[in-house]
Design a protein around this ligand. Sequence first.
Ligand code: DQA
Length: 145
Amino acid sequence: MKIVILNGPNLNMLGRREQSYYGVKTLADIEELVVEKARDLEVETEFYQSNHEGALVDYLQALTPDVEGIVVNAGAITHYGVSLRDALIDSRLPIVEVHLSNIHAREEFRRHSVIADVAQGQIAGLGWQGYLFALEYLSTHLKQL
Ligand code: DQA
């Protein structure tokens, strides 16, 4: 079973950007923790980050058939990215939306996600641990099917 962890714009800057919202870990640190967790759960992971919505869409369109679930932190694209939303729908895979910060406790424009209603659920405000919770959920959910 393979689960993809997709990250959108500016998440490559984690560790250096707005630490009060996003914490001190870099994306590489988080990926290492996800890989460790995946080993325990006996699932495979694949990571992709891009600052470009079209690149995220291209990546989703090229997913191999062994991918069974998606963890996505679309960054700012979350709030307006209809083409990313459409590509997520077309993947026909279970999706968990993750945000490091609590988007519901920030500016008004961050409170709306165009991905939320096509995801199984959303984890927001739990920092890097959100990625681990999302992976654990998908792994348990997919093994139950
Ligand atoms: C974010 C929240 C978004 O509003 C923001 O644009 C990000 C990060 C988060 O993880 O909290 O880039 O997705």
